[in-house]
Design a protein around this ligand. Structure first.
Ligand code: HEM
Length: 513
């Protein structure tokens, strides 16, 4: 027994001294040329400084330590860029050194060994998929082909709101919006399946939510070197279960698609791809394709689109509505604009958006203060010098989009919600969202910027416009009129408290239905 205790004491002495030697060695080897850094703790590094909401905590640190900070999350070296100037250095001047994304154990497992697009290293496969996204999968022609899907789903959502309004029932706005965007993405990627069957749609939604949660969870195995092979938090079992369910669903849908394609071929019917899965299957069967898409690539790509494309757009609409409820003058102005362009006898459509500059400015201002990708994460692929500091290869890079979008050196009264800042003198909406201006990068910037920007803007504008055109929104809870704007925790900047409202019908553009 005494011997055993002795071994335990020896083990702890060894552990503590190893940690100290590692941290001293790490410091003396690197501190001179790295960006400023707060004091780190052994083992966890600066992890304790990131709570409760990382982008907010990092913003506070940057006020004290400057726009480029060096941190250790556990034993992983990181830098954080919190100003437009440092973001430009990383995203433009030295772009090619920062085109990779770090891959966690959970992401690697969920994406079939990083067979996806969002986390693929910057190389031939990523370039092939990016081109495909921009020209086919998420390109203008495909998005036009799917206009009926988006209008039908908005129509279904509005019918539900009408029903709630009639019964004076409260709605969890965010939850219903996620249902809407999930239906749109499901139908675009895999066809009718999910929208016909509500139970199936709910299952997909739960699966996507759990995937996002697991991918975003802090996993000790990724950050603490001696936990690398120990699953102390028990994530392994949950990951296996989620991937098993997702894989079963995808295999079933893939088989259905393949059978339908076979019948089409046999009967010699005219064939046009119906959804993204069809397009991906076409490419995977194309012998002359420069890259052969595997079944894993296809499944992982679909997962990417769900994970990146559903919550982000839904939560943006929820934040925009919350801001409008708190700013009745802006609600009135947006409504007047919609009424004057669209009238009161039909529902606003995607094609109207171009004529609604105030609505566009409103969405831009929402994306400035509430960017649903609050931090863009990259990894350096080679040694690089930024602002005179040496950034070693394999350093994790956080671009704090949330902090940059409210930088007081670039924005007047940055914390105020003011869509007018996006209206040019000629009355048109100004300042593009696509990463050309480094003080406003809600969709990131450069080669790895968001490929879903156009789809997201279509969804956000038309859903929000329809909600404003047809309903007043009476807030339940809080003080009854003002909505609490506290941020919650999560990868996509969710609200801390759900937005619960009773819709009150203002105009009903579906009188006969
Ligand atoms: C309001 C909605 C959205 C916001 C705010 C948003 C924001 C972002 C941001 C900040 C990034 C990282 C960019 C970078 O590293 O520079 C990103 C990447 C990405 N987004 Fe979006 N996004 C939205 C909607 C969508 C939609 C609708 C889709 C697809 C259907 C999508 C697909 C992706 C993909 C695949 C990536 C990874 C790209 C790559 O690694 O090359 N996003 N998004």
């Amino acid at each position: 027994m005494v011997d055993f205790r002795g071994y335990i004491v020896l083990f702890f002495v060894w552990l503590v001294s190893t940690i100290l030697v590692r941290s001293i060695f790490r410091r003396s080897k690197t501190t001179s040329s790295l960006p400023p850094s707060p004091m780190a703790l052994p083992i966890i590094g600066h992890l304790h400084l990131l709570a409760p909401i990382p982008h907010q905590a990092l913003h506070k640190l940057s006020i004290r330590y400057g726009p480029l900070i060096h941190l250790f999350i556990g034993s992983v070296p990181c830098i954080v860029a919190c100003s437009p100037e440092t973001a430009k250095e990383i995203l433009k001047t030295h772009e090619t050194s920062f085109c990779d994304r770090p891959i966690s154990a959970a992401v690697d497992y969920l994406t079939y060994g990083s067979a996806d697009f969002s986390f693929a290293p910057y190389g031939p496969y990523w370039k092939f998929m990016k081109k495909l996204c921009m020209t086919q999968l998420l390109g203008g022609q495909t998005l036009n082909q799917f206009i009926p899907i988006r209008s039908e789903e908005i129509w279904r959502f509005m019918q539900l709101m009408l029903k709630k309004a009639k019964a004076s029932e409260a709605v969890d706005v965010g939850k219903e919006l996620i249902r809407l965007t999930n239906n749109v993405v499901s139908r675009m990627t895999m066809g009718q399946i999910c929208s016909i069957n509500d139970k199936e749609a709910d299952e997909v939604r739960k699966l996507v939510q759990e995937t996002a949660e697991l991918a975003g969870k802090f996993n000790l195995q990724d950050y603490i070197w001696f936990c690398k092979n120990i699953d102390l938090q028990g994530f392994g079992k949950r990951l296996k279960e989620v991937r098993r369910k997702f894989d079963n669903m995808m295999e079933r849908i893939l088989k259905e698609h393949q059978e339908a394609r076979k019948i089409n071929k046999e009967t010699g019917k005219d064939y046009a791809p119906m959804d993204l899965l069809d397009m991906l299957l076409d490419i995977s069967e194309d012998e002359s394709s420069e890259i052969k898409l595997t079944r894993e690539n296809i499944k992982a790509f679909i997962l990417d689109i769900f994970a990146a494309g559903t919550d982000t757009s839904a939560i943006t609409v929820e934040w925009a509505l919350a801001e409008l409820i708190n700013h009745p003058d802006m609600m009135k102005k947006t409504r007047e604009e919609i009424d004057s362009v669209v009238g009161k006898s039909r529902l606003v459509e995607e094609s109207d958006i171009i004529n609604l500059p105030y609505l566009q400015a409103l969405v831009k201002e929402t994306l400035r203060l509430h960017p649903t990708g609050p931090m863009s994460v990259r990894e350096s692929t080679e040694n690089c010098t930024i602002n005179g500091y040496e950034i070693p290869a394999r350093t994790r890079v956080f671009i704090n989009v949330w902090a940059i979008n409210r930088d007081p050196n670039h924005w007047e009264t940055p914390l105020e919600f003011c869509p007018e800042r996006f209206i040019a003198e000629d009355g048109k909406s100004q300042l593009d969202v696509r990463g050309q201006h480094y003080h406003y990068i809600p969709f990131g910037s450069g080669r790895r910027a968001c490929p879903g920007t156009t789809l997201a803007l279509h969804m956000v504008h038309s859903t929000l416009a329809a909600m404003i055109q047809c309903f007043d929104w009476e807030v339940i809870g809080g003080n009854g009129t003002r909505v609490d704007m506290e941020e919650g925790t999560g990868l996509t900047l969710p609200r801390a408290h759900p937005l619960i409202c009773v819709p009150i019908t203002r105009i009903n553009p579906f009188p006969l239905s």
